[in-house]
Design a binder for this molecule. Structure first.
Ligand code: NAD
Ligand code: LMR
Length: 325
C-alpha cells in the first residue's frame, strides 16, 4: 500500500465540499490505489457541521481513506500538506459579479497563503476554487514567498467543461469526441472560451461553426453559465464545481491525456504576451506532476482582442488587492 497523500480542503462543511470530499475519499482524484489523509479546515462556527460531515465520511468505510482531521486553524490544516484545495469563501448572489467578492474573500487568501508558506510540504499543489478564484490564487501565492508561485493555480476547469458541453450539444456529438478546447483568462464574464483549435474526428471544428452562433450564443453562454445556474438554483454551482476541481487536480498529478490539453489558471510566464505573474488561464499539458503551457498556437485578431480584455480585467482586480500582498 502506498503512503497516504495529505489533502487539505478549506470550507469543508460547505456546499462544494459536500460534493467533493466523498469523491476524493473514493479515489476519484488520485487513483484507486492511492490512500488519502484528509485535513479539513472550517471557521469556528461551522466546526459542528463539519463534525457531522466527518461522521458521514467515516460511515462510508472508504478503503482509501486513511485519516480525517479537522481544525479551525489553517496552520494545523495545512501541516505537511501535499495538496490544498482552497474552497472556503463566500459565494456571490444573483446580482453580483465574482469580483464583488474580493472585499470579503481576499483577506482569507492572504492568511491561508501565509499558513501554506509556513506549514505545507514544499512541493504542495494548490488549487483555488473560492471566488474571485484567479485573484485569490494570486493573493495566496504572493503571501507564500518560500513556495514556488507555480504551485498555485486557480480553477478554470469548470469553464473548460462547460465549453465542451455547449459545443458538443451544438454539434450533436459526445463531448469525449472533442479535444483541444481552450478557455483563456479570468474565471469571470470576460473569460474567452476559444474553439479555434478544437478537433473532432481529426478535423478542425471551427470550419463547422458559424460565427454568429459563436459570438452571440456559445461565448456568452459559457461566460455567464455561473450566473445562469445561480438564478436557476438559488445557489451557486456545487457538484459541477467539485467535479471540475477533481478533474483539475487529477490531471495535474496524474497527467493529461495524449493529444489533448486542459485549461488551468497559472502564473503567466509571459506566453502569448500575457503580463508575467498574472493568474491567467492557458491551455496546458501535464506530465509527471508538472504543467506546461501549450506553445505556438496561432492567435487570430478576434482571439487576441478577447484575450486582452480578460487580461485587462485581471490587472484591475490585482490593483484592487495591493494591500493584501
Ligand atoms: P458555501 O457557502 O456553501 O461554503 C463555503 C464554506 O466556506 C462555508 O462552510 C464557510 O464556513 C467556509 N469558510 C468561510 N470562510 C472560511 C475560512 N476563512 N476558512 C475556512 N473555511 C471558510 O459556498 P460554496 O458553494 O461551497 O462555494 C465556495 C466558493 O467557491 C465560493 O466563493 C464560490 O463562489 C466559489 N465557486 C467557485 C467556482 C469556480 O469555478 N472557481 C465554482 C463554484 C463556486
Ligand atoms: C460558477 O462559475 O458557477 C461559480 O464561479 C459560481 C459563480 O459565482 O458563478
Amino acid at each position: 500500500m502506498k503512503d497516504p497523500v495529505r489533502v487539505s480542503i478549506t470550507g469543508a462543511a460547505g456546499n462544494i465540499s459536500y460534493a467533493l470530499l466523498f469523491r476524493i475519499a473514493a479515489g476519484d482524484m488520485l487513483g484507486k490505489d492511492q490512500p488519502v489523509a484528509l485535513q479539513l479546515l472550517e471557521i469556528t462556527p461551522a466546526m459542528q457541521a463539519l463534525e457531522g460531515v466527518v461522521m458521514e465520511l467515516n460511515d462510508c468505510a472508504f478503503p482509501l481513506l486513511s485519516s480525517v482531521n479537522i481544525s479551525d486553524d489553517p496552520g494545523v490544516a495545512f501541516r505537511d500538506s501535499n495538496i490544498a484545495m482552497l474552497v472556503g469563501s463566500k459565494p456571490r448572489g444573483p446580482d453580483m459579479q465574482r469580483s464583488d467578492l474580493i472585499k470579503d474573500n481576499g483577506a482569507i487568501f492572504s492568511v491561508q497563503g501565509k499558513a501554506l508558506n509556513d506549514n505545507a510540504n514544499r512541493d504542495i499543489k494548490v488549487i483555488v476554487v473560492g471566488n474571485p478564484a484567479n485573484t485569490n490564487a494570486f493573493i495566496a501565492a504572493k503571501n507564500a514567498p518560500d513556495l514556488n508561485p507555480a504551485n498555485f493555480t486557480a480553477m478554470m476547469r469548470l469553464d473548460h467543461n462547460r465549453a465542451l458541453s455547449q459545443l458538443s450539444t451544438k454539434l450533436n456529438l459526445h463531448h469525449t469526441e472533442l479535444s483541444k478546447m481552450t478557455v483563456w483568462g479570468n474565471h469571470s464574464a470576460t473569460q474567452y472560451p476559444d474553439i479555434s483549435n478544437v478537433i473532432v474526428n481529426g478535423s478542425a471544428v471551427s470550419d463547422q461553426i458559424d460565427q454568429h452562433w459563436l459570438v452571440n450564443d456559445f461565448i456568452p453562454t459559457v461566460q455567464n453559465r455561473g450566473t445562469t445556474i445561480i438564478r436557476a438554483r438559488g445557489a451557486s454551482s456545487a457538484a459541477s464545481a467539485a467535479s471540475a476541481a477533481i478533474d483539475h487536480m487529477r490531471d495535474w498529478v496524474l497527467g493529461t491525456p495524449d493529444d489533448d490539453w486542459v485549461s488551468m489558471a497559472i502564473p503567466s510566464d509571459g506566453s502569448y504576451g500575457i503580463q508575467e505573474g498574472l493568474m491567467y488561464s492557458f491551455p496546458v499539458t501535464c506530465i509527471d506532476g508538472n504543467y506546461q503551457i501549450v506553445q505556438g498556437l496561432d492567435i487570430s485578431d478576434f482571439s487576441r482582442e478577447r484575450m486582452i480584455a480578460t487580461e485587462q480585467e485581471l490587472k484591475t482586480e490585482v490593483d484592487a488587492v495591493s494591500h493584501l500582498i
